[in-house]
Ligand binder design. Structure first.
Ligand SMILES: [Zn+2]
Length: 441
């Protein structure tokens, strides 16, 4: 007798827009075919949203738009935006299928405050649609690769998203190590690394440092592992911090950009020169955060995402609150997807003397100073600050003198053009969840 799962697979019908246009690896399809795919997928998504959710039906009615008015990609800008606040505390808002067809429910981590956001996926969206496009040009993970997943598995999407893609999409071996959950301690993770010798690591920049510290204590050299690639996600970091991660682990570290709400938004190739936008998953637009107008390539604005492979819980023109710009010039790696360059988050900016800084820009100069350890915080107050206060650890063996504080502060002042103050502490608290780089006191 066929199991429920076998029956589901047998009865599953792949949508026409996937079988018609997805004729090979998604990241090497010609741009014209990708555009056709996007237009066809967009129509499916909009139809589903309009017919099956009150939320989008109402929004589109208010904007006086019928689904048939969206004939091409150029018409996307006619549709209204979706904001975080519209999703908060409203679990079933995007539901466009029967409740019983929902397979997975994720919930926001809560690090940005406010009510929870619930994001749901039907089984067919999660497996049939989401795994249909393959990206071998950027995800060089294959059967036989042993992937150590040190991302959080509970509640939100980071750990499970990589788990599914590497296990079900790439057919590799996955070790669900987790990141400090109930059974997941750094000690145990080091034991797993020692015993199993994985060759692919998925984690956050800060947790890669936590593992490094534990490895030092346990006298285990991470560089003895046969690692071919580290995937970093969950938090951003500066190039200088990434260099430190790569040196510690002895391997290249590529970033993945995604969010609970909008899923897969960008992935770095080995060039480390922007995130390739997965055109068969998402349409990314850059808008002026004030006017909502769509900006041209090269112009910095808010990143807006429309999910193309979520028919049962559609998300249209979602405002991520992240800032960036798009570069359409071809990448040296040969992948056809345009690239997204991140410029931080609207909410995380640090203001000193009336100038806005991304924390990663500030971090870049801090991490270039060899005396500075891997853990630090920028201490600021709400609004404009008259100086940047940096609370930091020093690398082992460096003495915390006031002369050194003056010297490093003046190096930072020279690099950033703003007054800086250094405070050395023996230990910055290690994060349980996301690391806190900007502390408002
Ligand atoms: Zn590339």
């Amino acid at each position: 007798m066929a199991s429920k799962y076998e029956k589901k697979i047998r009865n599953a019908r792949t949508p026409l827009f996937i079988t018609r246009y997805l004729t090979g690896p998604a990241d090497s399809l010609p741009l014209a075919r990708l555009k056709d795919f996007q237009a066809a997928a967009l129509k499916e998504v909009i139809n589903s949203a309009y017919r099956n959710t009150d939320f989008y039906h109402q929004k589109m009615t208010e904007a006086n738009i019928q689904p048939q008015a969206i004939k091409s990609l150029a018409d996307l800008a006619k549709l209204p935006f979706t904001t975080k606040d519209e999703l908060r505390g409203n679990p079933w808002v995007l539901l466009a299928c029967d409740k019983k067809d929902i397979g997975l429910i994720h919930v926001s981590t809560g690090t940005t405050g406010g009510e929870q956001i619930y994001i749901m996926h039907s089984w067919r969206d999660l497996y049939l649609h989401d795994l249909a496009p393959e990206y071998p040009g950027v995800f060089d993970v294959d059967p036989g690769d042993l992937c150590f997943n040190a991302l959080p598995y509970e509640m939100s999407s980071a750990g499970l998203a990589f788990h599914k893609v590497f296990l079900d999409g790439c057919l590799a071996t996955v070790i669900p190590a987790g990141k400090g959950g109930a059974y997941s301690t750094p000690e145990k993770s080091i034991k797993l690394l020692r015993d199993l010798k994985p060759n692919v690591i998925m984690t956050t920049p800060s947790y890669s440092m936590t593992l490094y510290e534990k490895a030092l204590e346990e006298d285990f050299d991470l560089r003895s592992l046969p690692i071919k690639k580290i995937w970093l996600t969950g938090e951003g970091c500066s190039p200088a911090f990434r260099n430190r991660v790569e040196k510690i682990w002895g391997a290249a570290a590529n970033f993945y950009y995604g969010s609970l709400e909008a899923g897969f938004l960008g992935i770095e190739c080995n060039e480390h020169n922007g995130y390739h936008i997965p055109l068969t998953h998402t349409i990314v637009e850059i808008i002026d955060p004030k006017t909502g107008n769509v900006l041209e390539p090269g112009q910095i604005g808010e990143i807006v995402a429309t999910c193309l492979l979520r028919i049962d819980t559609p998300l249209i023109r979602y405002r991520t609150q992240d800032l960036g710009y798009i570069d359409t010039e071809p990448c040296k790696c040969g992948v056809k997807f345009p690239r997204l360059f991140m410029r931080g988050r609207v909410v995380d900016e640090v203001i000193v003397n009336g100038v806005n800084f991304s924390p990663f820009y500030l971090e870049e100069f801090l991490m270039r100073l060899p005396e500075i350890g891997n853990w630090y915080q920028f201490i600021i107050k709400e609004g404009d600050n008259d100086k940047l206060k940096i609370r930091t650890e020093l690398v082992e063996g460096v003495q915390p003198t006031s002369e050194l504080a003056d010297k490093l502060a003046s190096k930072m002042e020279y690099a950033l053009g703003i007054p800086c103050e250094m405070e050395f502490v023996p230990k910055i608290p290690r994060p349980q969840a996301k690391t806190i780089r900007v502390l408002k006191e």
